[in-house]
Design a protein around this ligand. Structure first.
Ligand code: ARG
Length: 382
């Protein structure tokens, strides 16, 4: 075995050893270091850094990113997110380095701080907070919530659900862990943090960390009576950030909303808040035949309401026409930089008026690139 490993290129030899010892993939590390130096020529001697990284991996089974590598890696992970239409501003992602924070309490506190900083007074700042990576010695911490802010779904005896049905299972799990939240339609779920070592922690988000927007319609006063509201910041917290062979299992990141995510999905999907029949009836539409296009009318008014409510509240939000144009600008820029921009048509095209947006009318390359945000199977709760 030894001789065989020695006969390989040094990087491949370490890779084989790492495979045997379940440490990180040195070739991934090498590829990332080269990418970082290719795009950041001022960063110094790539060969010196490669030697250092190889030595660290051989010795410890892992290595440590510099802050510059981490920041670049997180930004490129956004750039490589093939489902995201909002990547034009990938270079401006704010990267909060919290690799020294491993306790469940520490992670919860920093998630709250992330929300406060990213929310500001409504001018939302795309931000990622990076907690410790998995290492051969111990796994990194994790947040079990899909997003930092989400609404509970309460199952009633008759099987119906009050709130967001998507989170009914999570809500039951949180209650099982001792959560004592209310029974309303828009109850913010607690954070469930699983530290690298030890038991899970339940933590309620303080009210001032959760900016919400009540939804009203500029022309229909009755709209406010529907009692709809939504949180200002979408912050995905269950994806791992993979950079150069290292996996950061806890790296919550946020951008700002595109109105249709809320107006054409969260409020509209039959398996979510299912508001199209309610809105259509209040609009006095004929819901007895599909051919009245009552769903489509209701969708448009819902989306008008979401966009104008966020605007009135002074909270950053984009619409799908603007975002489509921005994405095409992003594609052109990436092409000019000599890069492929991976994109998944079925995610990029907005859920309403697809054909009225430019992104509908073309195909995309879609290779898997790293660094990346990826879904890893959740480890069993301890
Ligand atoms: N679609 C998800 C939601 O409705 C959010 C996904 C991320 N969106 C974003 N604009 N960054 O909550």
């Amino acid at each position: 075995m030894r001789t065989w490993i020695r006969s390989l290129r040094p990087f491949d030899a370490i890779a084989v050893q790492n495979l045997l010892e379940r440490t990180i993939d040195v070739r991934e590390a090498e590829r990332f270091v080269r990418l970082f130096h290719a795009e950041n020529p001022e960063a110094g001697d790539v060969h010196a850094r490669l030697r250092e990284v190889a030595k660290d991996i051989a010795r410890h089974g892992t290595y440590t990113h510099t802050y510059e590598e981490l920041q670049f890696g997180a930004r490129v992970a956004w750039r490589n997110s093939n489902r995201c239409i909002g990547r034009l501003y990938w270079k401006s992602l704010r990267v909060r380095d919290r690799r020294q924070v491993a306790s469940a309490e520490g992670v919860a506190i920093e998630c709250v701080a992330h929300l406060r900083e990213a929310t500001g007074d409504g001018r939302i700042r795309p931000t990622v907070t990076v907690f410790p990576p998995d290492t051969p010695a111990r796994p990194g911490p994790r947040v079990l919530n899909e997003q930092l802010i989400r609404y509970a779904g309460h199952r009633r005896r008759d099987g119906s659900i009050v709130g967001d049905p998507r989170y009914a299972d999570f809500t039951e799990m949180a209650r099982g862990l001792g959560w004592r939240g209310g029974q309303g339609r828009f109850e913010v779920l607690p954070l469930v943090v699983q530290p690298g070592l030890g038991g899970a922690l339940l933590c309620n988000l303080p009210g001032d960390a959760v900016l919400e927007v009540p939804i009203e319609h500029p022309e229909y006063p009755w709209f406010a009576e529907l009692g709809l509201r939504w949180h200002a910041v979408p912050a995905i917290s269950d994806m791992c950030l993979e950079i150069g062979g290292l996996c950061y299992p806890c790296a919550p990141f946020n951008g700002w909303y595109m109105g249709a995510e809320i107006g054409a999905r969260n409020f509209a999907d039959a398996a979510r808040y299912d508001q199209l029949p309610v809105v259509a009836r209040r609009l006095g539409l004929d819901v007895t035949t599909e051919r009245s296009l009552w769903r489509d009318h209701a969708l448009v008014e819902l989306n008008v309401a979401v966009l104008s409510s966020f605007e009135r509240a002074g909270v950053t939000m984009t619409d799908h026409h603007t975002e489509s144009n921005r994405f095409l600008a992003h594609l052109a820029r990436e092409e000019k930089a000599g890069r492929v921009c991976p994109a998944d048509w079925s995610w990029i095209v907005p859920p309403i008026s697809g054909g009225a947006t430019g992104v509908f009318h073309r195909y995309y390359d879609n290779p898997k690139l790293t660094p990346a945000f990826v879904h890893h199977p959740r480890p069993p709760a301890r």
